[in-house]
Design a protein around this ligand. Structure first.
Ligand SMILES: Nc1ncnc2c1ncn2[C@@H]1O[C@H](COP(=O)(O)OP(=O)(O)OP(=O)(O)O)[C@@H](O)[C@H]1O
Ligand SMILES: [Mg+2]
Length: 262
């Protein structure tokens, strides 16, 4: 049973010279409890595809067509109120740059508590306990101190762990991870990937995992779509796509990775 079905999604940008179609008829399904990857070079439309799922595209961009069916509901046709009920609770998203996800003027704890209260309607004490539990779950060892820190006081790795805690704290049905470790140092990146893998497997999460890195895709994803210039050129089981690619562009991307690492 698919938790998400994206069909013929199109995203346009109104630029001074006219209209640019940045996502041009993208279709894919995510099976419940599986990790679906999107891989592709910079500018191929990965982030726009992710943002479209939550209808977070803002002008001059707009969703020009298609459907995004989440649990049988078309996200592109829901009213704002129903949409707000889904954002951050049933579907959550972690971006590449944790600095842009936390508000600098509130402590990390306040922000996680706030998202719990607004979506779960529990009292402050309960929300705080749950926040500390989740900070602990993402292996932040000084959760009680970090709770009172402002985002800028955390290291990049800790901030991204806190971001992941915030994305998981309302037990979402779908988690979107858009290059969740790209901004981190290589060793920290490996630790955060290990953590994500552990949580995804334990909680059997349904995930959309975006990366430009085939190594990470191969480690994290059951299936993968390869994107180029707003189009999915190939979709399949990760092993098949990486081991026996059918599309010329996938072949050339994989060869360029091999050339770099040899
Ligand atoms: N604000 C904007 N104005 C005009 N065009 C835009 C804007 N934002 C995105 N685009 C267009 O959409 C394309 C896809 O952008 P998107 O952010 O989805 O790429 P991406 O695959 O996530 O890249 P990256 O790997 O660098 O994150 C861009 O190449 C650009 O042509
Ligand atoms: Mg992106």
């Amino acid at each position: 049973m698919d938790i998400l079905q994206v069909k013929d999604l199109k995203v346009d940008f109104n630029v001074p010279d006219g209209i640019v179609r940045a996502v041009d008829g993208v279709s894919f399904d995510i099976e419940r409890g599986k990790v679906f990857g999107i891989v592709g070079e910079s500018g191929s439309g990965k982030t726009l595809t992710a943002l479209s799922i939550l209808r977070l595209i803002s002008p001059p961009g707009n969703i020009a067509g298609g459907s995004v069916i989440f649990n049988g509901l078309d996200m592109l046709r829901l009213d704002e109120k129903d949409l707000r009920g889904i954002r951050g609770s049933k579907i959550s998203i972690v971006f590449q740059e944790p600095a842009s996800s936390f508000n600098p003027v509130f402590t990390v704890g306040e922000q996680i508590v706030e998202t719990i209260i607004s979506h779960q309607g529990v009292d402050g004490d309960k929300a705080k306990a749950l926040t500390l539990e989740y900070l602990d779950r993402v292996h932040i060892y000084e959760a009680k101190r970090i709770f009172y820190d402002y985002p800028h006081q955390l290291s990049g790795g800790t901030k991204q762990r806190a971001m992941i805690a915030m994305a998981l704290v309302n037990s979402p049905e779908l988690v979107i991870l858009d290059e969740p470790t790209t901004a981190l140092d290589v060793t920290i990146q490996a630790q955060v990937l290990d953590l994500l893998k552990e949580i995804i497997e334990r909680d059997k999460l349904s995930v959309l995992f975006i990366s430009h890195d085939f190594g990470i895709i191969s480690r994290m994803c059951d299936r993968v779509a390869v994107m180029r210039k707003g189009i999915i050129v190939e979709t399949g089981a990760t092993k098949q796509v990486l081991g026996d690619p059918r599309n010329e562009y996938t072949v050339s991307l994989l060869e360029s990775v091999k050339a770099l690492s040899s």
